[in-house]
Design a protein around this ligand. Structure first.
Ligand code: HOZ
Length: 430
């Protein structure tokens, strides 16, 4: 495939945008080649400015569960646009979307809308601290919760530890309140609780991790977290920005029996528009300004155009939950096919599926946590990604991301993808 126009566009962008991109993962730093600049999407396909066509398994990193340019969502956006782009005042569509979300999740009485997943999590953490009067929080290595200061931490020495900043610009004074434990490892969580003498405001987890590849939490692990949080008066937050309306209609909460105290959402609830949300019981949410003292705000929060897109998307999903069965079947067809292709050329691969989310690692090790994920063959992934792109398959440009099936993807497209995977791996292995 030719990428001449994208190469020129990337050069041009580089002059005025750091790294040429507005979010680092888009820069293709971990894979071969440069990012195609996208001109438009249509159903399951992306088209770049060189005229190349790709089957899209990224879907704007998750939001586009109905694929590109869904007519119903587009129409609701057009109608909303005609009434005005933003008012900075209450609108009934915010209440309608909030009612829709609250009616689906047992764990939620109220939600507040923000403009991104990062904001949702940042606000949820502040609320958890405000409600409990505690500073410490606990997160898991490999779980990504956006780029707010408290959450940009890396492990120091030791199994369970207070975090150190993972980016310059984040004060160590802030991250010293973030404890890090190992995903799916209850002993590491117990050690954190013991080190902090139980003084922890919240445990935040992606119950289906999607930012270290796809790595679901074991049910027993979630049960253990629930019990420990209950013992210590710590709030359990499920970050379902990615898994919400993806793993099932109600995300991980539709699969696990464990119920969190607070939930963060994003991606699908905006259908491609910038929307995030956080929610909890009426009691917890009552601590939020103006009902309570915990401050949180946003000029574009609950933007009417974004709310209209999200409302249409969720109504469509709720009225036809069987789409999760068909997307899940397609995800299984894809991962089984990828595994067969890898087996045929003696490349180790492990795969997983949760609803419309799929993941694969070039590894022979079952991946339960970030250290396991790190053992995947990243050099092979870099070559594989390029080979797939050249064959018209658009995968996330990192081996630590999750793939997404949309309702627009057909079995024929899945089979085309498997064929491309086999050809690519065969070419790489010579
Ligand atoms: N959650 C996505 C990455 N893991 C967001 C994409 C981005 O960071 O731009």
């Amino acid at each position: 495939m030719a990428y001449d126009k994208s190469i020129a566009a990337f050069d041009e962008a580089y002059k005025v945008i750091p790294g040429g991109v507005d979010s680092p993962v888009r820069a293709f730093s971990g894979v071969e080649g440069i990012p195609p600049f996208i001109e438009r999407g249509e159903g399951a396909y992306l088209f770049d400015i060189d005229g190349n066509k790709y089957i899209d398994f990224v879907q704007s990193w998750g939001p586009l569960i109905f694929g590109h340019c869904d007519t119903d969502i587009e129409n609701s956006v057009m109608e909303a646009v005609k009434k005005g782009l933003s008012f900075g005042a209450p609108t009934t569509v915010e209440t309608a979307l909030a009612e829709e979300i609250v009616s689906m999740f047992d764990s939620l009485d109220k939600v507040r809308f923000v403009s991104s997943g990062t904001e949702a999590v940042m606000s949820a953490i502040r609320l958890a601290r405000g409600v409990t009067g505690r500073d410490n929080i606990l997160k898991f290595t490999g779980c990504y919760h956006g780029h707010s200061d408290s959450l940009l931490v890396q492990a120091g020495s030791g199994l369970a530890t207070f975090g150190t900043p993972s980016s310059p610009g984040v004060p160590a004074d802030l991250t010293k309140h973030t404890l890090l434990a190992t995903y799916n490892d209850m002993a590491s969580v117990e050690k954190c609780f013991s080190d902090a003498k139980g003084d922890i405001a919240c445990v935040i987890i992606e119950p289906i991790a999607g930012n270290m590849g796809l790595v679901p939490a074991d049910e027993a692990f979630l049960e253990g977290l629930r019990a420990l949080c209950d013992t210590h008066g710590t709030l359990l937050i499920f970050d379902e920005v990615m898994s919400g309306f993806r793993a099932s209609l109600t995300g991980a909460q539709g699969i696990s029996a464990v119920k969190p105290d607070m939930v963060t959402l994003g991606k699908v609830i905006g259908a491609g528009m910038p929307v995030g949300a956080f929610g909890a019981s009426a009691e917890i949410m009552g601590h939020l300004s103006p009902e309570g003292p915990v401050y949180q705000a946003g000029t574009l929060s609950g933007n009417p155009v974004a709310m209209a897109a999200g409302l249409t998307s969720l109504k469509k999903l709720k009225s036809n939950p069987s789409v999760y069965v068909s997307m899940g079947n397609k995800a299984k067809r894809l991962t089984e096919g990828l595994k067969k292709a890898a087996d045929a050329v003696n490349v180790p691969m492990v795969t997983d599926v949760r609803g419309s989310m799929f993941g694969f690692f070039f590894s022979d090790k079952l991946v339960k946590n970030f250290a396991d994920a790190m053992e995947n063959d990243q050099a092979l992934f870099a070559k594989f990604h390029k080979g797939m792109l050249d064959r018209g398959i658009y995968l996330a440009c990192s081996s630590f991301e999750t793939g997404f099936i949309s309702t627009a993807i057909t079995d024929e497209m899945i089979d085309e993808t498997i064929k491309a995977a086999y050809e690519t791996l065969k070419e790489i292995k010579g």
